[in-house]
Design a protein around this ligand. Structure first.
Ligand code: CS2
Ligand code: MG
Length: 413
């Protein structure tokens, strides 16, 4: 059998998603996620204009060969646009292979290594009282691991922190549309002050430990905002609160920066949501500068590439913490869950539930129960796009925010 059709759809049920559909000559359909938050149309074009026609007539079973063809073939390598496009093809081909075999994908990856996938949720609040209420709600739902983000006195809205307004839950990490919900013409801007953040956060962690005890897994995301020496000091300051991980404490592209952080602290480190190949991790893994790999399957070349990356990490005792925000579509989320279940060096899975509007368009078979996820037993990835429903949500331009220091300097975020 061969690939007969490769089609890209961009839909916006609450937020934008790019989905690749591959159909074989005997009618098997595979889905792949190619969503790159705020840059969606560039991946859609890469797939439509440069990849789709090269797939027609290829043997859909040759997944490794197709991956190498798309990675090495064009000469130009890596980068989030290219790697998201390759990821979508790769996911769709694995979906097809598992559907043809009549098994959920994890069975082709070696079968289940565990019964359930420990998930962490996002708790946030503009002040500690709101954060504490959010954590309490999640603990009551059975979560044993919680990412905590909070407002900082003296700063305004911070990306990743929910406002206390009703209905804000699904809207706190959005790519922003225009105020009237229409297309954005430019990103919103936020203001950041590392000194205020560093003065405030240790007390927050102290309160959480006091209120929720020693066992709750506490995660925190620095979102690349600290310099190497600031990150080293911060990781040391918060050591007494024994975080499960401190994520993205520095801008990730400078791998050697993590040496400085490591020299000063035993706070476990996670990094990688903006990475797109194993090469971004080479120093980090071989020198054991991190504890968790944060790549998204969608942004790192798909299941084929992620499996190799995580096997490489396993040799150094480094575990997975696959990226799972709502800007990864349910297709990308399912791909993560099949890997999570199969690999030995699983660490934890990020879980930000998609909105009901999104889940009306993407029909999923994965489940969540008392803090644990499972990909389900449906053959393939277990997610189908309802194309008719998708067609009623037109792409709407939306951008992630830009961050500036209090003096106006553009800053990492
Ligand atoms: C965040 C992400 O989940 C996380 O850890 O850092 O939500 C990230 O901000 C978004 O994926 C950006 O698109
Ligand atoms: Mg993050």
């Amino acid at each position: 059998m061969t690939i007969e059709l490769a089609d890209v759809s961009v839909t916006s049920p609450g937020r934008n998603f790019v989905t690749l559909k591959i159909v074989t000559s005997d009618g098997v359909v595979g889905w792949g996620d190619a969503t790159l938050n705020g840059r969606e149309l560039s991946v859609a074009s890469y797939l439509r204009d440069h990849v789709a026609s090269t797939l027609i007539g290829r043997d859909e079973d040759r997944i490794e060969d197709t991956w190498q063809y798309l990675y090495r073939g064009p000469y130009w390598r890596r980068g989030p646009v290219t790697m998201a496009a390759i990821a979508a093809v790769d996911m769709a081909l694995w979906d097809i292979k598992a559907k043809k075999a009549g098994v959920p994908l994890y069975q082709l990856l070696g079968g289940a290594s565990r019964d359930g996938i420990r998930a962490y949720c996002h708790a946030s609040g503009t002040d500690y009282a709101a954060l504490r209420d959010a954590i309490t709600g999640y603990v009551e739902q059975g979560f044993t691991a919680v990412r905590v983000q909070t407002g900082v006195p003296g700063l305004g809205q911070i990306y990743g922190v929910a406002s206390n307004a009703p209905g804000a839950r699904y809207d706190y990490e959005p790519a922003k549309r225009a105020a009237d919900g229409g297309a954005a013409t430019a990103p919103v801007e936020e203001v950041w002050d590392t000194a205020k953040y560093r003065a405030h956060m240790p007390g927050v962690f102290e309160s959480i430990r006091h209120d929720f005890g020693a066992e709750l897994r506490i995660l925190h995301d620095g979102h690349h905002r600290l310099s190497p020496i600031e990150a080293a000091g911060f990781a040391k300051d918060i050591e007494p609160y024994r975080l499960f991980w401190l994520e993205d404490c520095t801008p990730g592209e400078d791998q050697s920066a993590l040496r400085l952080v490591r020299q000063h602290s035993t706070t476990p480190l996670a990094i990688g949501e903006v990475f797109n190949t194993v090469y971004d991790y080479q120093t980090l893994i071989t020198e054991r500068l991190i504890d968790f790999v944060r790549s998204a399957v969608t942004h790192t070349g798909g299941i084929t590439a992620m499996r190799k990356l995580l096997d490489f990490a396993a040799i150094y005792g480094i575990r997975s913490g696959i990226h799972g925000p709502t800007d990864i579509s349910p297709v990308g989320m399912a791909a993560a869950l099949h890997l999570d279940l199969a690999i030995h060096n699983f660490g934890i899975q990020e879980y930000m539930p998609h909105s009901a509007t999104t889940l009306d368009v993407f029909r999923t078979s994965y489940t969540f129960d008392r803090g644990f996820l499972h990909p389900g037993e449906t053959p393939g990835l277990g997610v189908e796009l309802d194309e008719e429903a998708a067609a009623s949500f037109a792409y709407t331009a939306a951008y992630l925010p830009v961050n500036r220091l209090t003096d106006g300097t553009v800053h990492d975020w």
